[in-house]
Design a protein around this ligand. Structure first.
Ligand code: KIV
Length: 287
C-alpha cells in the first residue's frame, strides 16, 4: 500500500530517516483505494508493544489485535473465554507501538452479541481506552444491525465471516465453512449486507478458494483472507504461526516464514551452557 510502502532499507533506518516524517497513518480509505488499484495487502496480528512497533516500522498496513490472543498468548483452548479487559490491555500496548498502522481491536465473545447497545458500549471502550482505530466483530445476520449502529456512531467495523472462531462450539470444531451451495450463497448475502451496513472490510476465514474469490469480486470493500485462497484482496496470518512460535498441529492455511521456536531454544540452551561453564558473564559484561 503506497502510504506505507517502505523504500529499500527504510525498515531498519526509519527512525533516523527524514523520509519517515512523510508517512501518515493508514486509514480505512487507504484499504479501499488499494482494492481499487488491485493492490494486495497484508494484515498481521500483534498482542504487545514490541511486535507492534516492529510491524509498524516494517510498513504492515493493518495490525489486528485478534482474540486469538486467548489461544496463542493466554493459554485458553479457544477464543471463547477472552474478556474485554484482556483485549483492552493488549490493544492499548499495540496501539502505543503502532502510530502508522491501522490498529483493529477484536471484540471478544459475549461483548457485542446482545445487540447494538452492548456492542456500542464495548466498541467505545476499545476506541477510547485502548485507542484502536477500528473494531472487528464476527458473524452476519444480527451483526448487520450491530455493524450499522457502530458505523453510525463513527466506529469503523471490520466484519468476519466463514469460520468465525467464537462460534466454534456451534460449528462443532474448527471446520471449513461454505462448502455447500446454500451455505456459500448465504455467506455472499451476509457479506453484501455487512458492506451495506458500512463495514469497511471483511475477514474471510477457512472457506473454499472459489468462494473467497466470489465474495471478493462481489464486494467493493476489501476482503482479507485467512484460509480463503489467493483471490482475496489481503491476507492475514497470526504472529505466532508466521514466525514458527506456535505449537501443535497448524491449520493447512498457515505458512511458517521463520522457525523462531528453534532459534529461541538454541539461544536459551547456549545461555544455560555458558552459565554452567562459567563462560558468561565474561570480563566484557562485568563492571
Ligand atoms: O483473532 C484473530 O487473530 C483473528 C484472525 C485470525 C483473523 O480473528
Amino acid at each position: 500500500m503506497s502510504v506505507h510502502k517502505p523504500d529499500d532499507g527504510e525498515a531498519s533506518s526509519r527512525r533516523s530517516d527524514s523520509r519517515a516524517v512523510d508517512r501518515r497513518p493508514v486509514t480505512i480509505h487507504d484499504l479501499r483505494a488499494a482494492k481499487e488499484r488491485g493492490e494486495r495487502f497484508t494484515m498481521l496480528t500483534a498482542y504487545d508493544h514490541g511486535s507492534a512497533a516492529l510491524l509498524d516500522e516494517l510498513g504492515v498496513p493493518v495490525i489486528l489485535v485478534g482474540d486469538s490472543l486467548g489461544m496463542v498468548v493466554l493459554g485458553y483452548d479457544s477464543t471463547v473465554p477472552v474478556t474485554l479487559d484482556e483485549m483492552l490491555h493488549h490493544t492499548r500496548a499495540v496501539a502505543r507501538g503502532a502510530p502508522h498502522s491501522l490498529v483493529v481491536g477484536d471484540l471478544p465473545f459475549g461483548t457485542y452479541q446482545d445487540g447494538p447497545s452492548q456492542a456500542l458500549a464495548s466498541a467505545t471502550r476499545m476506541m477510547k481506552e485502548a485507542r484502536a482505530n477500528a473494531v472487528k466483530i464476527e458473524g452476519g445476520g444480527p451483526m448487520v444491525e450491530v455493524t450499522a449502529h457502530l458505523v453510525r456512531a463513527g466506529i469503523p467495523v471490520m466484519a468476519h465471516l466463514g469460520l468465525t472462531p467464537q462460534s466454534v462450539h456451534q460449528f462443532g470444531g474448527f471446520k471449513v465453512q461454505g462448502r455447500e451451495a446454500t451455505a456459500a450463497d448465504q455467506l455472499v448475502e451476509d457479506a453484501l449486507a455487512l458492506q451495506d451496513a458500512g463495514a469497511f472490510s471483511l475477514v474471510l476465514e477457512a472457506v473454499p478458494t472459489d468462494l473467497g474469490t466470489r465474495v471478493t469480486e462481489a464486494l467493493e470493500i476489501p476482503t482479507i483472507g485467512i484460509g480463503a485462497g489467493p483471490g482475496t484482496d489481503g491476507q492475514v496470518l497470526v504472529w505466532h504461526d508466521v514466525l514458527g512460535l506456535s505449537t501443535g498441529r497448524l491449520p493447512r492455511f498457515v505458512k511458517q516464514y521463520a522457525d523462531l521456536r528453534a532459534d529461541i531454544a538454541g539461544a536459551v540452551k547456549a545461555f544455560q551452557a555458558e552459565v554452567a561453564d562459567g563462560e558468561y558473564p565474561g570480563p566484557e559484561h562485568a563492571y
